[in-house]
Design a protein around this ligand. Sequence first.
Ligand SMILES: *[C@@H]1O[C@H](CO)[C@@H](O)[C@H](O)[C@H]1NC(C)=O
Ligand SMILES: *[C@@H]1O[C@H](CO)[C@@H](O)[C@H](O)[C@H]1NC(C)=O
Ligand SMILES: *[C@@H]1O[C@H](CO)[C@@H](O)[C@H](O)[C@H]1NC(C)=O
Ligand SMILES: *[C@@H]1O[C@H](CO)[C@@H](O)[C@H](O)[C@H]1NC(C)=O
Length: 165
Amino acid sequence: MQPKPSSAMRFLTISTVLIAWTSMVTVESGFTTVIHGDLELDVSDEQLPFDDAFFACYRNNKTLLSVDSEGKDRILVDLFINGGSNVTLPGTQSWIAARESREGVWVNVVAGSLQPLYYTRWFIDQPDDTENLSCAFQHTLFDLNWRDGNCSAPFYFICESTIAK
Ligand SMILES: *[C@@H]1O[C@H](CO)[C@@H](O)[C@H](O)[C@H]1NC(C)=O
Ligand SMILES: *[C@@H]1O[C@H](CO)[C@@H](O)[C@H](O)[C@H]1NC(C)=O
Ligand SMILES: *[C@@H]1O[C@H](CO)[C@@H](O)[C@H](O)[C@H]1NC(C)=O
Ligand SMILES: *[C@@H]1O[C@H](CO)[C@@H](O)[C@H](O)[C@H]1NC(C)=O
């Protein structure tokens, strides 16, 4: 019988797998690319209002990062907060593809459609639901927790795509 791995050992194993899967390349000017499995994440080095960020991704056949599951959220935290990639997210705010469709109703913005926001990780007391703070961003200094932000303000962003096999 093998002994049950300690949680520290499991953590090490998971980290090793994560690092083995991750490689960093710079593809195009304006973005730093992190690859994890078949997930490609392009980290912008410019700040844009929400809609412009959305279309900057769309123009490149990618989508603005959707944090739509706990598993994906964990991958992002491992890559960008726990050092799984060598990439530090710039600035303090990074848009994700979630916004209000009307006051108080948050949706996932996918190309061409709005989908319910099933998974969320709002920072404590967020969204604070003030008027005109209708787009969600990850706070890059606070474990990628979410806050509501001013859609017209320029923030950093990440585009995502799936690498074809
Ligand atoms: C996006 O996809 C379309 C259709 O597949 C293709 O024609 C176009 O060149 C692609 N654009 C970029 C920036 O990759
Ligand atoms: C991070 O940087 C170190 C030192 O340059 C390099 O050895 C390592 O492969 C890099 N890791 C990733 C995931 O890019
Ligand atoms: C929100 O925007 C509207 C229209 O621009 C403006 O009339 C209103 O005062 C703003 N509300 C706040 C809380 O800034
Ligand atoms: C939102 O950001 C824009 C652009 O920076 C600014 O002009 C506007 O006053 C901001 N609105 C609020 C309600 O903070």
